[in-house]
Ligand binder design. Structure first.
Ligand SMILES: [Zn+2]
Length: 315
């Protein structure tokens, strides 16, 4: 399916903390062009993404989460190895396989559980955060503090993917053309098992999936359903799901979000909004919204300046 730029812009303005923009299916390049040096890196109007997007390694500092999922940064992030027993990292050119050590550990645990619970060879990991977090050139409003990760809704193949395949391969669309339910030819009990395994992790606070997937989980979850309340409907998220963990203990500078309410969120009323025609098929606005100015350093915690200025961590 082709991206729809108007819808994309519209949705970006709707949900700052969880924009739909993380398109697992967008391709990358094995040979990305390095970004040119900035003429005036101290310009207060400069988009912070220009500064964070030029850092290829984490800050050599103790781990600190600074700010909120959608406006912050991280010091001392850890890299997820690009190959593990049960995982492979996709779109390596984006250099977004960094996160808080707790998030890295969680992805590794989830990878093992995908094998055990779903019988998958493993998981394909999409975007986590940039080496120092912060806003990005493309996609995501969140993923800025090392506490968010996207997991493809496609099992890992049994072989090691090439660099090229990791840029070119597409995830599988899980939602039916009419957007009212999952496509049962591709959505399997294994998908449910992997999402459930993630939601049952105590540190996971929220999981974002397309409303059609939430509806399917509500219908198909057997036994313990206590994890369902963490799984929240969201625009997009039909090729991948998004995991968000709480502020880790001792992260006093991390801005937390309240826990989602305890209800399963499975009633027709809970899901009604998402299946309204105006939400499924939004009309393009008559006047295209003005592009928002980029997030500047002034929107981020002051300590993020020190994170940018720190030397590269040794890897
Ligand atoms: Zn995401």
């Amino acid at each position: 399916m082709k991206p729809r730029p108007i819808l994309f812009l519209l949705l970006l303005s709707v949900a700052v903390a969880s924009a739909p923009a993380a398109r697992a299916q967008d391709k990358g390049s094995v040979d990305p062009k390095p970004l040119p040096p900035l003429a005036n890196p101290n310009d207060p109007k400069l988009g912070a993404k220009e500064l964070f997007g030029r850092k290829v390694l984490p800050a050599a500092m103790p781990t600190r989460v600074l700010g909120f999922y959608a406006h912050g940064c991280i010091a001392g992030a850890e890299g997820l190895p690009i190959n593990g027993d049960n995982w492979q990292v996709m779109r390596l050119s984006r250099n977004r396989y960094w996160g808080h050590p707790d998030m890295v550990a969680l992805v590794k645990r989830l990878a093992a559980k995908a094998r055990k619970d779903a019988g998958w060879p493993g998981i394909l990991v999409g975007d986590m955060s940039q080496p120092r977090g912060g806003p990005m050139f493309t996609g995501h409003a969140s993923h800025q503090v090392g506490l968010d990760a996207d997991i493809w809704l496609t099992p890992m193949p049994t072989r090691k993917l090439s660099r090229d395949e990791r840029e070119e391969m597409s995830a599988v669309m899980m939602v039916r053309e009419d957007k009212l339910d999952v496509d049962t030819r591709v959505f399997t009990p294994g998908h449910l098992a992997v999402i459930r395994a993630a939601a049952q992790e105590p540190t996971v606070q929220r999981i974002f999936v397309n409303a059609a997937i939430k509806k399917a989980l509500c219908r198909e979850a057997r036994g313990d359903r206590n994890w369902l309340h963490k799984v929240r409907p969201m625009y997009g998220h039909d090729y991948h799901f998004h995991i968000r963990i709480r502020c880790p203990p001792g992260s006093g500078e991390c801005e937390s979000q309240p826990d989602p309410s305890e209800g399963e969120g499975c009633s027709a009323g809970d899901l009604a909004y998402w299946f309204k025609d105006s939400v499924l098929h939004p009309k393009p606005p008559k006047v295209p919204p003005k592009p928002k100015p980029p997030m500047t350093m002034a929107s981020l915690p002051a300590a993020c300046r020190a994170v940018l200025a720190a030397p590269d961590a040794k890897q």
